[in-house]
Design a protein around this ligand. Structure first.
Ligand code: NDP
Ligand code: MG
Length: 380
């Protein structure tokens, strides 16, 4: 029985993780979880999964839940999030929280020597060097949940690192893949949230539309698999059937395929190196699909992808700025305070404005994150 601690239980990845746990009651047990402000969903999770400990964002929500569930340890805020991440009896932490708020709990979970299934890509983007170094020191495994990284991880089973030539990350192209930049003037939040292949949280759906999601994933892959940026390629693949590929020195290419379903990579991170059946997951029928399409990425059209490569190669605090500016800009777009085209402008201006600090420690990363958000707000 694997005991699971789940950060971000009420989110898109969180709820799908709960579905996987629900399907395998003999294998998995939810011992602790965190959520943000969605108290109704949190209540349902407590009733169904009976975790020992829960953390929510707000103190008054925690107070309410304590009264309703006297047998459950209820915490709140950043401290609560950390308590869930280091929860003593858990074997594995699924980090499905949104944004760089996941960084500190991740570092703490690593110090507590927890295996981590990581969906929270912003944490790896903002401070990948610190996370990977801490993981190495503490001999902790970081198991990818992001579908592309899970695909690469699966393709690498039984392979030797020295034989990898390059990684090829596939991109669906998001909701605006068939529109020119000119056509993006005045697009609404609703249109941007209409992803053709995946149903995900709002922020990552917008990131897919701006192509920042792929940029974040390139940086995430750089840290998880230790390859330089010139060995990480992105290719547009509208069907989202091939989830990513690895090319080896002998020119052989391994790919992982499947119908788009995030529960597959979530479950693989939980069962690795084993596998389990997954009910209701659609089997791949290639004859029915017939054709798979691939196109080169247009770096002028997808400026965010170019910014991400640039920030990744610069290193230091540059990816922190890229990520924090994007988080602030996307939040502003979702709240109607910025237009869609302003998102990449805000990221660009934040990167231009910042003087990169090399090899930043945790404090410098957190300071840069706050400063960048303030800069974006000042521009709005
Ligand atoms: P959602 O927005 O659906 O969920 C985010 C979760 O984090 C919710 O439980 C939310 O709580 C909680 N949360 C948000 N802000 C805070 C905070 N400040 N403090 C504590 N908890 C907080 O996001 P997704 O599930 O879509 O994404 C989660 C992560 O996984 C992201 O990093 C994303 O990039 C990554 N990912 C997601 C994929 C997907 O298919 N959705 C695919 C691959 C990666 P509440 O709702 O209760 O407020
Ligand atoms: Mg992905």
């Amino acid at each position: 029985m694997k005991k699971i601690s789940l950060l971000g239980a009420t989110g898109s990845i969180g709820l799908q993780t709960l579905d996987v746990i629900r399907q395998h009651p003999e294998e998995f047990q939810l011992v602790a979880c965190s959520s943000g402000r969605n108290i109704d969903e949190t209540r349902k999770i407590i009733q169904q999964f009976k975790p020992e400990a829960v953390s929510v964002q707000q103190a008054d929500d925690a107070k309410k839940l304590k009264e309703e569930f006297p047998g459950v340890t209820v915490m709140h805020g950043e401290e609560g999030l950390v308590e869930i991440a280091v929860y003593p009896s858990s074997d594995i932490v699924v980090n499905a929280v949104l944004g760089s708020v996941g960084l500190y709990p991740t570092m703490q979970a690593i110090e507590a020597k927890k295996t981590i299934a990581i969906a929270n890509k912003e944490t790896l983007v903002t401070a990948g060097h610190l996370v990977m170094e801490a993981a190495r020191k503490n001999n902790v495994s970081l198991l990818p949940v992001d579908s592309e990284h899970s695909a690469i991880f699966q393709c690498l089973q039984g392979e030797q690192e020295k034989n990898i030539d390059r990684l090829v990350i596939t991109a669906s192209g998001g909701s605006f893949r068939d529109r020119s930049r000119e056509d993006l003037k005045g697009v609404t939040v609703e249109e941007a949230l209409n992803h053709p292949n995946w149903s995900m949280g709002a922020k990552i759906t917008i990131d897919s539309a701006t192509m920042m999601n792929k940029g974040l994933e390139v940086i995430e892959a750089h840290w998880l698999f230790g390859l330089p940026y010139d060995k990480i390629d992105v290719i547009l693949h509208r069907e989202s059937i091939i989830h990513s590929m690895v090319e080896f020195h002998d020119s052989s290419v391994m790919a992982q395929l499947g119908s788009p379903d995030m529960r597959v990579p979530i479950q693989y991170a939980l069962t690795y190196p084993d596998r389990l059946p997954l009910k209701e997951s659609q089997r791949l029928n290639l004859a029915e699909i017939g054709k798979l399409h691939f196109e080169e990425m247009d770096m002028n059209r997808y400026r965010m992808l170019a910014f991400a490569y640039e920030a990744g190669k610069l290193g230091g605090t540059a990816p922190t700025v890229l990520n924090a500016a994007n988080e602030a800009a996307v939040a502003a777009f979702l709240q109607g305070r910025a237009t869609f085209l302003q998102i990449d402008e805000l990221v660009e201006r934040s990167l231009e404005h910042h003087s990169v600090i090399a090899n930043p420690d945790l404090e410098t990363i957190q300071w840069t994150d706050v400063q960048t958000r303030q800069f974006v707000h000042s521009l709005l």
